[in-house]
Write a protein that binds this ligand. Structure first.
Ligand SMILES: Cc1cc2nc3c(=O)[nH]c(=O)nc-3n(C[C@H](O)[C@H](O)[C@H](O)COP(=O)(O)O)c2cc1C
Length: 324
């Protein structure tokens, strides 16, 4: 693709202007949701298997826009119980040559009350499932984290079609510790009890050892999780990377880790994999990448960086390629 206009804007400004830019493209697109490899899981119908990843629409402010771009499902959030601002200092950067993004946002969002109403207001015009990605406020200590997750499951039990428990962002201090066996089971259990039968998925980090990944998967399943989102951003860095050490890296350099985690999860799950929903995310940057993740065994695929580096036609181009 030619260099998109937003390449020439500073990262944060491009990020703030993106919804307007995307609306320009979306208004020219057909109204249908493109159908390819449609399926139904736990009563949720997916017309196609490519959606947007957590963090792109933190406040559920642009739901009909994503639908118009042709996504098969939308993950909103991460939502925290109370509104909070971004971390201080630089929080977003891009590397156009390596097709990587770096962020240190820390769940800036308008809080659960506003976001809940944003979903309810749009629900009747939406044909695609909405996954609500939930996390704790940064002021909530880890030993009380379950209070935030429980509150959010309650709050969104009517509005969400499925929940994604986020315990894997590197930008909220100590959050990834919640992936450990001691805490994860408790979190999944409280969310599952309040989720009014909506499926609960867990989003995991790509930086765990294989042993820790398998332990987190087993614990989450034991307490009622029905799927996984693999993966969040990484703290690892490719050679010659100029981004800071802290913060999460997404895009091309995450692809290998994301694929590795997907393959490892599938082989570890064995016959237990059948009824679960596996969502692959990380370095999916073009329609061919979507096909590859599905071929590896993912049920659904998500992108964040793909929207930046490929552009808003990603979803409909994928449909064209797969339906060709
Ligand atoms: C700027 C930015 C903000 C993000 N915010 C969130 C978030 O709030 N919650 C979450 O679960 N993941 C968040 N992510 C991670 C993405 O959902 C995704 O897991 C990751 O970027 C890998 O996908 P990609 O390579 O397609 O970008 C964020 C990523 C970026 C780049």
């Amino acid at each position: 693709m030619d260099a998109p206009l937003w390449k020439f804007l500073p990262a944060r400004l491009a990020h703030s202007l993106a919804p307007w830019g995307l609306k320009y493209f979306a208004d020219k697109m057909p109204e249908d949701t493109p159908a390819w490899r449609s399926f139904t899981w736990k009563g949720l119908h997916f017309a196609n298997r490519l959606g947007i990843a957590g963090g792109l629409d933190k406040n559920a402010s642009h739901l009909t826009l994503w639908q118009r771009l042709g996504v098969g499902f939308i993950e909103i959030g991460t939502v925290t119980p109370y509104a909070q601002s971004a971390n201080r200092g630089k929080i977003l950067d891009r590397d156009w040559d390596q097709k990587n993004l770096w962020n240190k946002m820390g769940f800036p969002n308008h809080g659960s009350d506003e976001i809940y109403f944003n979903i309810l207001n749009e629900k009747s015009s939406l044909k695609v499932p909405i996954f609500v990605n939930i996390g704790k406020n940064r002021s909530r200590p880890n030993d009380e984290a379950e209070l935030d997750y429980q509150y959010l499951a309650d709050r969104f039990s009517k509005a969400a079609d499925a929940f994604v428990i986020n315990v894997s962002s590197p930008n909220t201090q100590g959050l990834r510790d919640l992936q450990s066996e001691e805490t994860l089971g408790r979190l999944v259990s409280v969310v599952q009890q309040r989720a009014a039968g909506k499926p609960v998925l867990v989003k995991l980090s790509p930086d765990m050892t294989e042993e820790a990944l398998h332990a987190s998967i087993d614990t989450a399943l034991r307490y009622g999780a029905e799927g996984f989102v693999l993966t969040n951003t990484t703290l690892s860095r490719p050679p010659n990377c100029t981004f800071p050490k802290e913060g999460g890296l997404s895009g091309q350099s995450l692809a290998d880790l994301s694929r590795k985690n997907l393959k490892s999860a599938i082989s570890h799950l064995g016959s237990r994999r059948k009824d679960l929903l596996l969502v692959s995310v990380g370095g999916v940057l073009c329609p061919e990448d979507v096909e590859e993740r599905l071929a590896l065994g993912a049920d659904l695929v998500q992108t964040y960086s793909g929207l930046i580096f490929y552009g808003p036609r990603f979803f409909r181009d994928t449909a064209k390629r797969i339906n060709a």
